[in-house]
Design a protein around this ligand. Structure first.
Ligand SMILES: NC(=O)c1ccc[n+]([C@@H]2O[C@H](COP(=O)([O-])OP(=O)(O)OC[C@H]3O[C@@H](n4cnc5c(N)ncnc54)[C@H](O)[C@@H]3O)[C@@H](O)[C@H]2O)c1
Length: 386
């Protein structure tokens, strides 16, 4: 049977561009889909570099103007893997042109942009998705199943930390992630956005927050030359850091649970420590991305003599997504979460059903980010303006 082709245009070819390209390349080799993803065109501003990236990652064509690509009638899905300041203009143009859209997180740089994006998405009637890929790690998907089955009982606590250390050196240059006009915020939109998505996915909506944000290093060398590992070569002149280095907040959930969220790029020794612990009336769960195949499970109903945290290898065929990969305990990695996200998105497009997570998840996430940022300025508890 010939499957319906889904012609994809991807904008951006560095970190996320590489991860998304890999996902489209791998997905049909491990999952049976009802549609055929076609890696049609890769878009970037530098012609030589985008040409090389398209050849390396397996795209049929390359282009330098995203506006022209979005206008092409043969494109079905536009994938946006550019910094935050491009998410709203690119997504809205693509949705208005009748395209399905996958956008990287955070959805936008401001809540008002996010509102425009969800309005355009709902008006378009197209499939819209946000790339909160950690939901698609088998261990987090298993946590979701366990909570839905009531295995944890009533949820009391969500304790999330997302710790990195890549900008502790004051001589680390001013890359775009440290520029508010491009990134929207620092550790907050970059790392707390992931924690918020996990918390909303597993525990539910957040009703109020109080937080604080800090920029420890206020000036840094201007970037002289960018590299492809999040950094670059520092120049001699200095410029202002306009985003937070660390962002922490407390939260109350609609269902009565309490949450703590800590995002920082100043936790020396912690590289990509995206960890959460959930405590309920019947048990607890712990996940840490640095050991992403494992879910720690504690169940109060276990026999008292052997009660304790157990480490579940979420790599068996009974675990979400895992059956498509390798025999049990032949572990998977970071890039697989993107393959799973793209699989679910292509399934949604094939079925004409909403994707999950969608722009609505991105919008609600942005409302929490916005409330925590307002609270950091006001010193008060603030409500997300959903
Ligand atoms: N889901 C995740 O786990 C995850 C991880 C890292 C980054 N991200 C998000 O992905 C997005 C991109 O981050 P990244 O790490 O890939 O950044 P990056 O700097 O590695 O790549 C950004 C790409 O966008 C391109 N670009 C920028 N402006 C453009 C424009 N006007 N037109 C065309 N191309 C343009 C750049 O040339 C580059 O190819 C950000 O929103 C970031 O928050 C998500």
């Amino acid at each position: 049977m010939v499957k319906r082709p889904i012609n994809i245009a991807l904008i951006g070819y560095q970190f996320m561009g590489k991860a998304h390209s890999n996902a489209y390349r791998q997905v049909t080799r491990f999952f049976d889909l009802d549609v055929e993803p076609v890696m049609k065109v890769l878009v970037g501003r530098n012609e030589q570099k985008v040409k090389e990236a398209a050849a390396k990652y397996g795209w049929q064509e390359y282009a330098t103007r995203w506006e022209d690509v979005i206008a092409r009638p043969d494109i079905d899905l536009v994938d946006i893997a550019t910094p935050g300041n491009q998410h709203a203009p690119m997504s809205i143009a693509a949705l208005n042109a009748g395209k399905n859209v996958l956008c990287e997180k955070p959805l936008a740089n401001t809540l008002s942009e996010a509102r425009e994006m969800i309005t355009a998405a709902e008006k378009s009637g197209r499939i819209h998705a946000i790339c909160h890929n950690y939901r698609k790690a088998p261990a987090i998907a298993l946590a979701k199943q366990m909570i839905e089955q009531g295995r944890l009982g009533q949820i009391y606590h969500f304790r999330g930390t997302y710790l990195q250390d890549w900008i502790v050196d004051p001589e680390f240059p001013l890359v775009w992630r440290l520029d508010k006009s491009v990134a929207g915020s620092g550790s907050h939109g970059d790392l707390n956005a992931h924690l918020i998505d996990t918390a909303r996915f597993l525990v539910g909506e957040i009703s109020s927050v109080t937080g604080m944000m800090e920029t420890f290093i206020k000036q840094r060398p201007i970037l002289a030359e960018v590299d492809d590992r999040l950094g670059g070569r520092a120049g001699t002149e200095k410029g202002e850091v306009t985003v937070d280095d660390a962002a922490l907040f407390l939260a109350r959930f609609d269902g009565g649970a309490l949450g703590t969220f800590e995002a920082t790029r100043f936790a020396l020794g912690r590289k990509n420590y995206n960890r959460f612990e959930i405590n309920g009336s019947k048990g607890s769960l712990v996940f840490n991305l640095e050991r992403m195949n494992e879910l720690e499970v504690y169940l109060q109903d276990d026999e008292p003599q052997i009660r304790g945290f157990r480490v579940v290898q979420t790599t068996d065929s009974v675990h979400p997504y895992a059956g498509a990969w390798w025999p049990v305990a032949h572990i998977i990695g970071y890039e697989h979460t993107f393959v799973h996200l793209v699989k679910d998105l292509l399934d949604a497009i094939a079925a004409g059903k909403p994707a999950s997570p969608s722009f609505l998840d991105g919008y609600r996430n942005q409302a929490v980010l916005d409330a925590a940022e307002r609270s950091s300025a006001s010193g008060q508890w603030e409500r997300p303006l959903y």
